[in-house]
Design a protein around this ligand. Structure first.
Ligand SMILES: Nc1ncnc2c1ncn2[C@@H]1O[C@H](COP(=O)(O)OP(=O)(O)OP(=O)(O)O)[C@@H](O)[C@H]1O
Length: 259
């Protein structure tokens, strides 16, 4: 046995290491408790789908993770660092956690390539030429290679959402958060966005996705998380969840959205 200090086969990063861990996270808006002691772990390369009734706290949970909302209690660890207790982590978290919103939130006065190039130039210090190359690569990845020059109002909703995904990917995030990314889209566009997200998950992009698209959940999710009334009621492996071995409230909700 080699001495541990000289054992070059040891690594500090296990492939299944927790990337994100939430422990007892609380969030209050005035007198209303939106998150009540939420605990959740996300391992590297995992995709989790978060479901639950309207108002159960799904968006608030995502917004606490990337520090758009400060948590009032509990702890959130990202790569082992407690990001809720030390505001110095905020710039890194905004770089390393990508977020995609329901309404795309693209800059209307910039074309698709410029939307994608902005943060890599401003935050990562890439030259315009390098950032442009990154943008073209990502537009290929999200399957709209010919839309670099198009402005948001010249794109369909599905194309705009794919630009938004490309814009988030341009920062090389370690975690992607998606907040109902297809709920503002017409049915024929939903599939093209979900296909891109499923490809990213299959490539190992760690993802936390709020969606009611159960076809996507079946295809891409490792785990399903069910929230109700500000609490995480159930976290189950996807097979167990769809196989029916989940608690009764989660099952009832699943039946509602499937039928
Ligand atoms: N900034 C805010 N101020 C006051 N209340 C808020 C705020 N943000 C969220 N809430 C409340 O917190 C609760 C949880 O909201 P949240 O948006 O997280 O739910 P959700 O599960 O994402 O719902 P939906 O599926 O409808 O998007 C809701 O009752 C909401 O009204």
């Amino acid at each position: 046995m080699p001495h541990p200090e000289h054992d070059t086969t040891r690594t500090t990063t296990r492939p299944d290491e927790l990337l994100l861990e939430m422990v007892g996270v609380e969030k209050q808006f005035g007198h209303f408790k939106a998150l009540k002691g939420c605990s959740l772990g996300v391992s590297r390369r995992e995709t989790l789908v978060l479901i639950g009734p309207s108002g159960s706290g799904k968006s608030t949970l995502l917004r606490c993770i990337n520090l758009l909302e400060p948590a009032d209690g509990g702890d959130i660890f990202f790569e082992g660092a407690n990001i809720t207790r030390d505001l110095a982590h905020a710039p890194r978290i905004r770089r390393e956690i990508g977020m995609v919103f329901q309404n795309f939130e693209l800059f209307q006065h910039l074309n698709a390539a410029q939307n994608i190039m902005l943060a890599p130039m401003k935050v990562l210090g890439l030259s315009r030429a390098d950032a442009h190359d990154v943008a073209l690569d990502l537009l290929r990845k999200v399957r709209i290679p010919d839309k670099a020059e198009a402005f948001p109002d010249e794109l369909s909703g599905g194309q705009q959402q794919r630009v938004a995904i490309a814009r988030a990917l341009a920062m090389k995030p370690k975690l992607m958060l998606y907040d109902e990314p297809t709920s503002a889209l017409d049915p024929e566009m939903i599939r093209e966005v979900l296909d891109v997200m499923a490809d990213l998950s299959a490539e190992g992009m760690t993802s936390l996705v709020v969606t009611h698209e159960m076809g996507f959940a079946r295809r891409a999710a490792d785990k399903i998380v069910f929230m109700e009334d500000g609490k995480i009621v159930e976290t189950a492996a996807s097979e167990a969840f769809f196989g029916g071995s989940v608690n009764e409230r989660a099952q009832r909700f699943l039946d509602q959205i499937l039928h």
